[in-house]
Design a protein around this ligand. Structure first.
Ligand SMILES: Cc1ncc(COP(=O)(O)O)c(C=O)c1O
Length: 381
């Protein structure tokens, strides 16, 4: 399915190719890792980390994902409309006024007002209680947890199906002591509820890094995001993985962002290129003009960026504009108008990973793929 917006898609100038094989591979890798009994719930929020919501969700479901996680109600509804049959878990806030439309989905709950409203609506609903273990964003403090769970149990229509938490510091470091602390607190929460006779069937806390590194975080369900798309959560996770469990687990990136050359021209030595004249040629230069810019999600803050043309590195010259970038093709002999250009992804032996692009832009791979404009077509290949 092609995503459309009020201004339509823009496929003639730029597009993203999504490798179905890579997405399927990644889900199968997770299945090998967690076994048959643990539910796999890939996160498809943020337009499936930029890969295209509905089409990615369908591929994940076909590849054996058991559930899907989104951030918002509109995403859950879009998946339902696209025919997704497996359970959809909404991890973000659903406004009280919208809860009535959300009863078909699994909801994360951490505020008593949500419980009151769900109770008033009176229709059956399955919820997942989020417990605060140290991330200090969503979540009920452990000292309030029992009271909160008992309030839920006062409502016959509300089924307490899940208990969830989220790690704060598992991918940024090879020292996992904070994650261990959070895990201990999660166990403390489980024990507290169990002792009060409250047994919750689906306990879950593992993002990609936790799922990959620590089987003891798997419980009954895992929620991998970034790694389901074939990207490592961080260098630290990769290093920790290589140290702790180098067991043939292999991720394949699914995302290739492409465009075409819109103009080629020769300019003399000593000419400025682009806004602010930040680059001046030091030789006669053949420039290729590419019809993408920061509006499309090509970060304006990149340093040392290059693109791939005919499998070769071609440096970006001058500032990234709103809809255009300029690259130096002086050293490529047979380049011509409308030749394909790889902005992120592999071309021959060269690869611009989302991680590398993130380094150029001073950010992380997560932000790079999620910010490629949703208006740009995602083509399954
Ligand atoms: C609650 C929750 N679970 C799981 C994930 C997946 O994390 P990752 O992409 O690091 O696997 C996220 C991502 O932000 C999240 O917010």
């Amino acid at each position: 399915m092609i995503l459309t917006t009020p201004i339509g898609i823009y496929q003639e100038l730029t597009w993203v190719e999504i490798s179905k094989n890579a997405l399927v591979n990644n889900i199968r890798q997770f299945r090998k890792l967690v076994g048959e009994k643990v539910l796999i719930c890939p996160c498809v929020k943020a337009n499936a980390y930029g890969h295209g919501l509905a089409q990615t969700a369908r591929i994940f479901a076909e590849a054996g994902a058991d559930w899907l996680a989104v951030n918002a109600l509109y995403e859950a509804k879009a998946l339902q409309k696209s025919g997704i049959q497996i359970p959809i878990y909404i991890m973000g806030h659903v406004p009280l006024d919208s809860l009535e439309e959300a009863m078909d989905f699994r909801l994360v709950v951490y505020d008593p007002k949500t419980i009151e409203r769900l109770g008033e609506i009176g229709r059956p609903v399955k919820i997942h209680l989020k417990v605060e273990t140290g991330n200090n964003r969503q979540g009920v403090l452990i000292e309030n947890l029992l009271d909160f769970a008992q309030k839920i149990q006062n409502h016959k229509n509300i089924e307490l199906e899940g208990l969830a938490t989220h790690f704060a510091n598992i991918e940024d470091t090879t020292d996992h002591s904070y994650a261990e602390l959070q895990l201990r607190r999660f166990h403390q929460a489980i024990d507290l509820l169990e002792k009060a006779g409250i047994h919750i069937p689906i306990k879950h806390c593992a993002n990609s890094a936790a799922t990959i590194l620590f089987p003891k975080t798997h419980f009954q369900m895992v929620r991998p995001g970034i790694a389901a798309y074939g990207m490592w959560p961080s260098k630290e996770t990769y290093v920790a993985f290589a140290k702790e469990r180098a067991d043939g687990f292999e991720l394949k990136p699914a995302f290739t962002w492409k465009t075409k050359i819109a103009q080629i021209k020769k300019i003399p030595s000593g000419e400025c290129v682009g806004y602010g004249c930040t680059y001046k040629t030091t030789r006669e230069t053949r420039l290729a003009i590419l019809p993408i810019g920061y509006y499309d999600g090509y970060d304006r803050g990149v340093h040392g960026a290059y693109v791939l043309i005919h499998g070769q590195r071609v440096p970006v010259r001058g500032r990234v504009c709103m809809n255009i970038i300029m690259v130096d093709v002086s050293d490529i002999s047979d380049v011509k108008l409308e030749d394909e250009v790889v902005l992120i992804g592999r071309d021959g032996n060269e690869e611009i990973s989302a991680e590398l692009f993130g380094n150029w832009a001073g950010t992380i791979n997560y932000e790079i793929t999620t910010r490629v404009n949703e208006r740009i077509e995602r083509r399954i290949v």
